[in-house]
Design a protein. Structure first.
Length: 588
């Protein structure tokens, strides 16, 4: 129950035997008084280099004091005769989320503002004059998929941009039977150009009475509304080769103002925002987890004491740069998956900057290894339900780009012939295998980029999966896998030699970004020092006679983590031991 009590009443409550838990009301992550009327002269900016992000959106306010000099180009590819609408707010807000990744923490702690990297913008969005209160529309001089293709090809071909943010989406859930040309175009460009495209899941609306399109209440019916058909992804969020991002609440409380009794944020801090659309993406497996890929902070919804929704509450919303920043208020309160996606684009760009030779597949694989699953609500214990809301979790630059004494990531970036199995040996030091009283984690991320065809029931031209084996000779494993029927989902090895990775292998059958992990206390001290990752590719029937589809690019990232390891340095041990092992390739 929610109660309001005096100090003496609280003392009585906590000393009552039937009271198990008392929690004070949540407070906003950031007090709006710390940013709303902030004078720009009191702010300093520290710039850090990183990979350029291509932003396809409305035109940003490049003269904003915190964005000045960071927007390297702002272009329009429209015909000279096209009459653009006056610039809206969306582009400036999205660019602020790309360039100022630690803004909330720095405003809260009164620190200099860190600006990371640069952006290049192509304008494809504009305000809709017939619906000024709604999100921007696509420019009308070309179809949406043509607008996106022209912009991506221009930024990639002219400026070498590899990471793109598209905070765009339609207003309705996607159709399981027929994806549109925009989604397919994005997937085709990812494969052809070797780029990374980051997209939002889309926003599900909430009416004035705090109900979703399925009729659920955003507080009382949480989390069931996330699984309603009306809450599914909107295009182009289902794009199989893109990184699709859902939204989390950074703050779980409304602004603290006099008279606000009974106002409540719909989501607790770090919980999924109620407007965040959910998976699964395209496919037939009822327990598939192929969208969203990850989540990041995108804001929250507040319900007031009369039961009505309050949009852009100053305590529960995210903060980003405002178009009024030139001679006016420099920050704005924003909400939406449009603002979660650019935060992930920033992480992807930082990975690409740290590893300039990495393919788009490897950037995505490292993005997965850098993700940490957010704490699920108690009623989301089922992994496939949790994945449909949170994906692989919240990406972190440090986890994605660095190793330390207790956590090491090893990568592979290459290709394999279609319809084959490839075995990758992975060194597992004795110091990691020894002992049985410490939790240890072995996680593997896989990313690949098959062709797609929206006219086909099987949208992906090929699927991939992997398993990890131990205490088995590579030649013996190769001989067993050679006998495996590619159409039989059961594994010929189901004993202790196969690591029990979670979630199960079929969870990601229709996903091009997968991560599975073993967590346990087992001792492997008597096993061989090398474990084996077997990666299997299977082409769909419609693609097997395609002369252009003879090989499949993919990337692996294998991580060993033992946070309780006190007497050894995993990173140093592997640097001394690691060598490029022979890979075993099998024809299916």
């Amino acid at each position: 129950m929610r109660v309001r009590v005096s100090r003496a009443g609280l003392d009585d409550l906590v000393s009552t035997s039937v009271v198990e838990l008392v929690r004070t009301p949540p407070v906003p992550f950031l007090d709006f008084r710390d940013w709303r009327n902030l004078d720009v002269s009191s702010i300093s900016r520290l710039d850090a280099a990183s990979e350029v992000v291509g932003v396809l959106d409305d035109s940003p306010e490049s003269a904003h004091p915190l964005l000045s000099g960071l927007v390297l180009s702002d272009e329009s590819l429209a015909p000279a005769t096209y009459q653009w609408q006056q610039r809206g707010t969306h582009g400036t807000e999205v660019v602020g989320r790309v360039l100022l990744p630690s803004l909330h923490e720095e405003l809260r702690d009164a620190l200099p503002i860190s600006a990371v990297g640069n952006v290049r913008v192509v304008r494809i969005l504009e305000p809709d004059p017939s619906r000024p209160a709604h999100p921007p529309r696509f420019a009308t001089y070309a179809t949406p998929h043509d607008l996106v293709e022209q912009a991506i090809r221009h930024l990639h071909g002219t400026h070498g941009v590899r990471i793109f943010n598209l905070s765009i989406g339609y207003s309705e859930p996607f159709n399981d039977l027929h994806l549109g040309p925009l989604t397919e175009t994005i997937d085709d460009l990812v494969r052809e150009l070797g780029i990374v495209v980051v997209l939002p899941t889309g926003n599900a609306p909430t009416d004035l009475s705090a109900r979703t399109p399925s009729g659920h209440h955003v507080i009382d019916d949480k989390p069931e509304f996330f699984f309603a058909p009306e809450h599914r992804l909107s295009e182009p969020g289902p794009a199989a080769l893109a990184v699709t991002v859902g939204a989390l609440a950074l703050s779980g409380a409304p602004a603290e103002l006099p008279g606000r009794v009974g106002w409540q944020a719909a989501a607790d801090a770090h919980e999924a925002a109620p407007f965040s659309r959910t998976g699964p993406g395209l496919g037939t497996n009822s327990r598939r987890a192929n969208k969203p890929d990850v989540t990041h902070y995108g804001g929250n919804v507040v319900v007031n004491d009369t039961g009505n929704v309050v949009q852009n509450d100053l305590g529960a919303s995210l903060i980003s740069t405002s178009t009024r920043g030139v001679g006016g208020q420099i920050f704005a309160a924003v909400n939406g998956t449009s603002y979660a996606a650019p935060a992930v684009a920033r992480v992807a760009a930082d990975i690409a900057y740290a590893y300039p030779d990495a393919s788009g597949n490897l950037v995505r694989a490292l993005l997965a290894t850098g993700s940490a699953q957010t704490p699920p609500a108690a009623n989301l214990s089922e992994l496939h339900r949790r994945n449909r809301i949170y994906g692989l979790g919240l990406p972190n630059v440090e986890r994605a780009t660095s190793s330390d004494a207790r956590r090491v990531t090893m990568t592979y970036d290459g290709s394999m012939p279609v319809d084959t199995v490839q075995i990758h040996p992975v060194p597992i030091p004795e110091e990691f295998r020894r002992g049985s009283r410490r939790d240890r984690v072995i996680s593997v991320a896989l990313a690949f980029d098959p062709p797609v065809r929206r006219q086909r029931r099987e949208y992906l031209a090929g699927t991939m999966k992997f398993e990890v084996y131990r205490d088995i000779d590579p030649d013996e494993l190769a001989e067993i896998l050679q006998r495996q029927d590619p159409d039989d989902p059961s594994d010929l090895i189901n004993d202790r030699r196969k690591l029990n990775l979670q979630p199960g292998v079929n969870t990601f059958t229709q996903s091009t970004l997968q991560m599975r992990a073993w967590v346990g206390r087992n001792s492997f001290v008597n096993d061989d020092e090398t474990f084996l990752i077997a990666v299997t590719h299977k082409a769909q029937t419609w693609a097997r006679n395609d002369p252009t589809y003879v090989s499949q690019n993919y990337a692996l990232a294998a991580t060993l983590e033992d946070r309780e390891l006190a007497t050894a340095d995993l990173h140093q041990i592997l640097r001394q031991q690691l060598r490029v092992p022979t890979r075993v390739r099998l024809r299916a």
